[in-house]
Design a protein around this ligand. Structure first.
Ligand code: ATP
Ligand code: MG
Length: 404
């Protein structure tokens, strides 16, 4: 089996790395996502290379040819080669000698098949030589083309080695699956679902957000609910109808946090619990919280809409509009009007700053903040119309009043 050369394979940067590593024979091959994408003729995210050399040798050989090598994950046998700002992750063939469901003790090997056998799904366990010829020990090529996400080996055993594979199973099915989900894999996930509790929130979050950006994650989410996997890390109830409408509106790029806010718990306490389990970054958590708990509608007047834009910023306001429309709280015509309004009204800035107040003679400190807050409230009540001169006059009035 031979895959027609993809542009990323023949790029001079890729060639440089592969030519050097394969100077003395078949020592380095493409592996993982880039091979899967090449088989499916899809664009790739990054180029992963597997090699029979150990990391020290990889580093030595490449550096001798002037290629920069960064030790990015030596404990897993990974180094990253950098050529013209292109990155290549190069990982020494390895096998897991000891696993506990969360992390593995690994050993290097020179055997391609042993390395393929520790990978999760058949479509992720293919190697490709620089000429495009495939080494496909578990039938990943036909599975990829048929949209079958199948575990390498016995699904329950593979999940007990690394429980994250449950989430990866659903993630890959959401992106590459066609037709019914693999019954053996699904059954194994159902059996082992409670083990998800042992995973860190961070690892769950990364996999789950990747699942949520699939073109249509809805049917997979429903399967995850039915099989008891979803409730283990994300408490219900789930509003899949809202999610379905949100997806139907379409958007530039799928937004996993917005999608989550659409179907995950709406009330503040539940929203908080969900984000705790998921270990969101502070910014993600704040955005998720606002999206889950803010009710914009009804917004009869434009002035009210402008106040909300000022409060949330244009992007978040537009997301809120989308969400409210998906929930059926806003009708579509109204939502469209509000979106147009936001597109033509970038969030303004208060035309007066603390420094202006200090220049007027106010001592730097809490009084400045207090006066600014009063000015801001007045400016907002004036529908953001007062210009800098008018605002400065109002500021003088406020300061005079405060010092009475
Ligand atoms: P993408 O990066 O496009 O999401 P990918 O296939 O490159 O897809 P990664 O998570 O980057 O996915 O992993 C790279 C490869 O490493 C996978 O294709 C798979 O072979 C292997 N792999 C990653 N995580 C696991 C795991 N938990 N168990 C077994 N193999 C894994
Ligand atoms: Mg990858």
């Amino acid at each position: 089996m031979r895959i027609p050369p993809q542009t990323w394979m023949t790029a001079p940067e890729t060639r440089a790395v592969m030519d050097i590593l394969n100077r003395d024979g078949d020592m380095a091959r493409f592996v993982g996502g880039c091979v899967r994408s090449a088989v499916l003729d899809l664009p790739i995210a990054d180029v992963d290379i597997a090699t029979r050399y150990n990391p020290e040798t990889v580093t030595k050989i490449l550096e001798a040819e002037g290629i920069r090598v960064v030790p990015t994950g030596l404990e897993h046998g990974t180094v990253t080669a950098v050529v013209n700002h292109e990155h290549f992750e190069i990982t020494t063939l390895r096998l897991d000698v000891e696993t506990d469901g969360r992390r593995a003790v690994v050993a290097f090997t020179e055997d391609w098949r042993e390395d393929a056998a520790r990978r999760d799904f058949t479509m992720n366990a293919m190697f490709m030589r620089p000429d495009g010829s495939l080494d496909d020990p578990f039938g990943g090529h036909s599975d990829a083309l048929a949209g079958k996400v199948r575990f390498v080996g016995d699904p329950v055993t593979r999940i007990r080695e690394d429980v994250l594979r449950i989430l990866r199973f659903f993630r890959f099915h959401a992106h590459y699956g066609r037709g019914a989900i693999d019954p053996a894999g699904l059954h194994a996930c159902h059996e082992t679902a409670p083990l998800i509790r042992e995973l860190s929130g961070e690892r769950i979050r990364v996999e789950f957000l990747k699942l949520l950006v699939a073109p249509s994650p809805l049917s997979v989410l429903e399967i995850m609910e039915k099989s008891g996997v979803l409730p283990v890390f994300l408490p219900g109830p789930y509003d899949f109808e809202t999610l379905s409408r949100l997806i139907a509106f379409g958007s530039r790029t799928p937004d996993p946090v917005l999608r989550l806010a659409a179907f995950a718990p709406e009330r503040a306490d539940q929203a908080f619990r969900a984000s705790e389990r998921m270990r969101f970054s502070n910014a993600e958590a704040a955005r998720f919280h606002t999206l889950s708990t803010t009710e914009l509608a009804p917004l009869p007047e434009e002035a009210a809409a402008r106040r909300e834009i000022y409060r949330h910023g244009n992007a978040l306001f537009e997301d809120l509009i989308r969400l409210q429309a998906a929930r059926g709280v806003l009708d579509l015509r109204h939502a469209e009007r509000l979106r147009t309004l936001s597109a033509h009204w970038p969030k303004p800035e208060l035309p007066v700053r603390g420094a202006d107040l200090v220049k007027m003679g106010l001592a730097a400190g809490p009084a400045v903040g207090e006066a600014l807050r009063r000015l801001e409230a007045w400016w907002i009540a004036g529908d953001f119309a007062p210009d800098r001169e008018t605002c400065l006059a109002e500021t003088r009035r406020i300061i005079a009043e405060e010092s009475k």
